[in-house]
Ligand binder design. Structure first.
Ligand SMILES: [Zn+2]
Length: 306
């Protein structure tokens, strides 16, 4: 790239970006979805059938998160204490029916079937243990899962509770995979990325922030704010290169919860969602009080004073 091209790009960027005087030292208002734009969106929703249908779709999409308590919303985000895996098993099969289930073919729906994956052929669910109970038993005072704290007596196939049953340990995953005959299925490791992160956390932030813009109802913004705030607590502690595997190996690929190519887009989406709800949560004193109480209860370093 020659100097003239570089200078042109720099001038263009300076022209397009809000100046420091506009931005100030702290974010003061929504910049991409301004108040004026939101008012136009609401007017369109009232006047236009297609826009109203879109609003109704987004309200339906946001409903599962609206049915959770504030504590449940806060608890959707997790920490980096369990090895994440980009695939359950990249060239694997279902341990129940033996059919091939490679790459991204395991099914997940975090909001209706939390902590479960299922086979696309026989629909067998894994892990077979009650991972939600095991996960809760391992939460430290900060709300982060620590395997050393978790109750390992919960690690058994819930459909075969008798220790003498040959299937008692079949399909059981403590977070580091179900291991059988030297093969490892990382059900929970992959679920953390595709289920809990992409569906429950990111999916919630998307649906709630969009529902706020399309309705003007600050209840959606508040829930998006709880999730965004909790992601902000723990996001810097995620390092894909040190904590996750791809193709069953640690390849040293950069990233946060996801590997770099998804993490880049996800981080942009988080910033954009924050902008969508900023004007509402900036004025929401009960939200600040709620987050301050959570910070005190869980001993968080950031006391959430504003
Ligand atoms: Zn199967």
């Amino acid at each position: 790239m020659n100097h003239r091209t570089l200078a042109t790009i720099v001038i263009l960027l300076l022209t397009l970006c809000p100046s420091r005087e506009v931005l100030g030292d702290r974010k003061a208002s929504s910049l991409f979805m301004t108040r004026a734009l939101r008012e136009r969106v609401l007017a369109n929703v009232h006047q236009d059938e297609h826009a109203a249908r879109l609003r109704d779709q987004v309200i339906r999409r946001a409903r599962p998160w609206m049915e959770l308590s504030d504590d449940q919303i806060w608890g959707l985000m997790f920490g980096p204490g369990i090895t994440r895996s980009w695939m359950v098993w990249s060239d694997g099969h279902c341990p129940a029916c033996g059919e091939s289930v490679p790459m991204y073919n395991w099914r997940m729906d975090a909001m209706s079937r939390p902590w479960k994956t299922w086979c696309p052929h026989c629909e067998a669910e894994f892990p077979t243990n009650d991972f939600a109970a095991f996960y809760r038993s391992g939460l430290d005072p900060r709300g982060i899962f620590d395997p050393a704290l978790a109750d390992r007596s919960l690690l058994f196939n819930a459909a075969h509770p008798d220790p003498n049953d040959p299937l008692h340990q079949f399909g059981v995953d403590d977070g580091e995979g179900f291991v059988q005959d030297g093969k490892r299925w990382r059900f929970i490791g992959a679920y953390l990325i595709y289920g809990q992160w992409k569906q429950a956390v990111l999916g919630g932030i998307h649906a709630l922030s969009e529902a706020y813009v399309l309705t003007g109802d600050s209840a959606y913004a508040r829930r998006a704010g709880i999730l965004l705030d909790r992601v902000a607590d723990v996001y810097p502690s995620f390092d894909f290169s040190q904590q996750a595997v791809i193709y069953e190996q640690r390849l040293g690929s950069a990233g946060y919860v996801s590997v770099w190519h998804d993490a880049c887009e996800e981080t942009r989406e988080l910033a954009q969602a924050y902008d969508l709800v900023f004007d509402a949560i900036a004025e929401d004193a009960p939200l600040v009080a709620l987050l301050r109480a959570q910070a005190a209860r869980h001993g968080l370093e950031n006391r959430k004073q504003s």
